[in-house]
Design a binder for this molecule. Structure first.
Ligand code: GTP
Length: 412
């Protein structure tokens, strides 16, 4: 319905009520229809130790049973498991991508455990940036894999955050909207939980870790930010409470109802995450985190919005300046390469000459030794020949004297 004022100055203002929508009043309807046609997508990153309840919580949040095998505790490094699901609630399609850490917190040295998470977040930003920079880009049907929210699962120790939690959150807080959760909150008493929550929040503040700021809803009295970190419990088990079947966990002492706001913050988390802030999380991802990645990446590539005198630079000028700079750099590098090559050639020539001279000297030396040997051998040969001649002479003389002796004997 729409109230239409016929005349402002008329004392008897007549209000007409239209029967149907018309004019630009229908703009929101157009948007809704277009969005439903296009479908929605949402990408969640779950960071938390093995077995802390990541899959159970996601199943409970989306009321689906995404079959998962238990993860081993023996991975040598942290990995990420990415799965995309096509869900539907009434006529609303949702393409949900869930990225889960694998082996998180299981290594002895946890120093670099956050790195795969950081690399994954940056890789999704980079893929989007590359698509944006294409001449023929198709951002309309592009599957945007940038992570919209990171559910960070804190172990319910009741003490404080672990150094791994602080290190990881510190390294990802400029890249993604972090919502901290106390996992398996059913293991903490009400008092311990309150204390644990305030310890965690003061640790986050003192370490300068930025978490997602829920937009302030003026109509909503209780500030959602005060509930952080949400104490959550997950379960797909249907338990009978009175005459109703509810999602819960059955214990010897009673039933914990997942959707009972007196038992845990699950409902609050689901409302804030899916009903009221999904679009804001996506907006923040694009306008804050992606923008930050994009500007630092483009600066690294040498782009600038202003020139040396703070004057705006046109893309053409920037491209030309970059081209010139690159050309100059190529020429410099070519010249450097040439110089190095010449130096190397000279060095090699010198080494070859030295080696040649060394070989020549060696040859001369060997030749001299050989000649001396030849001379020595000649000398020995000459001596031997003289000895042979002497020998034959002695032999002939002794044969002659022997023959004479024989002749004399015969005569007698
Ligand atoms: P991985 O993917 O193997 O790292 O495990 P995960 O973090 O996805 O944990 P998962 O959801 O598989 O839960 C591990 C165990 O914890 C299961 O036995 C769950 O029933 C139990 N669990 C999950 N959520 C809760 C919870 O809120 N409270 C309690 N007490 N147990 C829970």
């Amino acid at each position: 319905t729409f109230l239409f004022v016929l005349s402002k100055h008329n004392e008897d203002i007549r209000c007409l009520t239209t029967l149907s929508h018309f004019g630009f009043e229908c703009l929101p309807t157009q948007l809704v229809n277009k969005s439903i046609q296009k479908g929605f997508s949402f990408n969640i990153l779950c960071v938390g130790e093995t077995g802390i309840g990541k899959s159970t919580l996601i199943n409970t949040l989306f009321n689906t049973n995404m079959k998962e095998n238990k993860t081993s505790h023996f991975y040598s490094k942290v990995g990420l498991k990415v799965k995309t699901y096509e869900l539907q609630e009434r006529n609303i399609p949702l393409k949900l991508t869930v990225v889960k850490t694998v082996g998180y917190g299981d290594q002895i040295n946890k120093e670099s455990s956050y790195q795969p998470v950081v690399e994954y977040l940056d890789a999704q930003f980079e893929a989007y940036l590359q698509e944006e920079l294409k001449i023929k880009r198709s951002l309309v049907d592009y599957h945007d894999s940038r992570i919209h929210v990171c559910l960070y699962f804190i172990a319910p120790t009741g003490h404080s955050l672990k150094s791994l939690d602080l290190l990881t959150m510190k390294n990802i807080d400029r890249r993604v909207n972090i919502i901290p959760l106390i996992a398996k909150a059913d293991s903490l008493s009400k008092m311990d939980l309150q204390k644990f929550k305030s310890n965690i929040m003061s640790e986050l503040v003192s370490n300068g870790i930025q978490i997602y700021q829920f937009p302030i809803d003026e109509e909503d009295d209780d500030n959602s930010q005060c509930l952080l970190p949400f104490a959550v419990v997950g379960s797909m088990e249907e338990v009978k409470v009175g005459k109703r079947m509810v999602k819960g966990r059955h214990y010897p002492w009673g039933v914990l109802q997942v959707e009972n706001e007196n038992h845990c913050d699950f409902v609050k988390l689901r409302d804030l995450l899916l009903c009221t802030n999904m679009e804001d999380l996506k907006d923040q991802t694009h306008t804050q985190h992606y923008e930050c990645y994009r500007s630092s990446r483009l600066q690294k590539l040498g782009f600038n919005d202003t020139g040396p005198n703070n004057q705006p630079v046109s893309f053409q000028e920037m491209y030309e300046a970059k081209r010139q700079e690159f050309h100059g750099q190529c020429l410099r590098e070519e010249e450097e390469l040439k110089q190095t090559f010449m130096l190397r050639v000279k060095e090699k020539e010198l080494t070859f000459k030295d080696a040649e001279k060394e070989l020549q000297d060696k040859f001369e030396h060997l030749k001299r030794i050989q000649q001396e040997e030849i001379l020595k051998l000649e000398e020995e040969r000459r001596k031997l020949e003289e000895q042979i001649i002497d020998f034959y002479k002695t032999k002939t003389a002794s044969e002659t004297s022997q023959a004479q002796v024989c002749a004399n004997v015969k005569k007698d």
